[in-house]
Ligand binder design. Structure first.
Ligand SMILES: Cc1cc2nc3c(=O)[nH]c(=O)nc-3n(C[C@H](O)[C@H](O)[C@H](O)COP(=O)(O)OP(=O)(O)OC[C@H]3O[C@@H](n4cnc5c(N)ncnc54)[C@H](O)[C@@H]3O)c2cc1C
Length: 357
């Protein structure tokens, strides 16, 4: 069993059973890099030691690959707080950090993903949030107050005409009324509200000073500076460059995305798809900010042992791609000034939006 972390993540009983099985051997802190076929019966798996980055070969008769799951949250077109696995963080009543947005089912950060827990999430969200006119998917059809005698009376909140912004989910997270205030076109033309564009201000400081919290705060600074450096840009700004040998605005944003993708790889996150140079400015900025928010969450959640296991990649991340991001965000600001359309200045030291915003 080839496993990337120093410990297995399964429950202790399952781990004990696996360790007792004489037919299983464990290669911790390794990742497969290549699968080579030797004749019809045999193969070799090249594995990388994540501590010292040396590679070696394992001869075997076959492989079972467990790639895991990636929740399809970016498809929602809003940025929500997520755990290190990418699942949406909610409170007990399924509220996310964005007003009016609720997440239920497998897409939610929780220990057990079963049909019973998914349906229970939906029930909790619907009952607890009726006053807020919140309905999980399907309730629109049912439309009955669960507590009403005989289930025949419609709750007043449900009688209201619901404006559905979008309903798209892995695990049917429902975006419901109230989550829209400002028309910013997101990916696929979805609208993002002021609250759903991340890094409106620097997030509150984490409660404890840890190495992960400090690194996460650095990612927050990148996100906040990028957010306000790109504010108000339109698609026709993308080809601008002040001199022939400079990058264009569009190239700078793609490059910043690449740098954050490298940083997220350094932090052990799944590989990030490239950002298309032909995307709209709102899609580009959304992708950068979403990735930065996930990188921040990942870093803040990393204990020292996980960070140490990622040396030297973590050191490289700080002085390489993350530091580079700050340079290129500075260039974006300079380009905008040179083009005669500077964005309103944010309060960079205190992490606050421009005055009056
Ligand atoms: C192999 C396997 C076996 C399982 N066995 C059991 C079991 O025996 N017992 C048990 O209780 N649970 C089992 N589960 C877990 C159970 O299936 C899930 O917990 C449950 O289905 C979660 O429900 P959900 O509505 O949150 O998500 P899902 O059932 O995953 O539904 C999400 C839906 O959203 C759709 N979707 C995704 N992205 C978008 C988008 N961008 N736009 C529109 N639609 C989108 C998907 O196509 C899907 O139809 C199993 C899961 C797996 C993978």
């Amino acid at each position: 069993m080839v496993h990337p972390f120093a410990q297995l993540q399964a429950n202790k009983e399952a781990q004990a059973r696996a360790f007792e099985n004489p037919r299983l051997r464990f290669l911790l802190e390794h990742e497969p890099r290549a699968f080579l076929r030797h004749g019809d019966q045999d193969m070799e798996v090249t594995v990388e030691n994540l501590r010292n980055h040396t590679t070696s070969g394992l001869r075997t008769r076959g492989v079972f690959i467990f790639v895991g799951f990636v929740p399809n949250v970016p498809a929602l077109g809003v940025v929500l707080e997520r755990d290190t696995g990418g699942y949406i963080v909610t409170d007990e009543t399924m509220r996310t950090g964005v007003p009016g947005v609720y997440a239920v089912g497998d897409v939610r950060s929780k220990p057990f993903r079963q049909i019973t827990t998914a349906t229970a999430d939906g029930t909790v969200a619907a009952i607890a949030n009726l006053e807020g006119a919140v309905v999980a998917e399907g309730s629109r059809r049912a439309g009955r107050h669960p507590a009403a005698p005989g289930g025949t009376r419609r709750h007043p909140a449900l009688r209201r005409r619901l404006t559905w912004i979008t309903l798209a989910a892995y695990g049917r997270a429902a975006l419901l009324p109230g989550a829209h205030t400002r028309s910013v076109a997101g990916p696929g033309g979805r609208s993002m509200s002021k609250e759903t564009v991340p890094f409106y201000k620097i997030p509150d400081a984490p409660p404890h000073v840890t190495a992960g919290a400090i690194l996460g705060r650095l990612a927050d600074s990148v996100g906040f500076r990028f957010r306000w450096a790109s504010e108000g840009m339109v698609d026709t700004d993308l080809p601008y460059k002040p001199a022939p040998d400079c990058m264009t605005h569009g190239e700078l944003i793609v490059h910043i995305h690449d740098l954050l993708a490298t940083s997220s790889k350094n932090a052990g996150m799944p590989a990030e798809g490239p950002l298309s140079a032909s995307a709209s400015v709102s899609e580009m900025t959304f992708r950068v900010l979403d990735l930065c928010a996930r990188l921040s969450a990942r870093l803040k959640a990393m204990p020292d042992t996980d960070l140490a296991a990622r040396v030297p990649a973590i050191w490289t991340m700080i002085n390489g791609p993350l530091a580079d991001c700050l340079t290129h965000i500075g260039q974006m600001l300079s380009w905008r000034r040179l083009a005669g359309a500077p964005p309103a200045p944010a309060d960079l030291f205190r992490g606050l939006p421009p005055a009056g915003r």
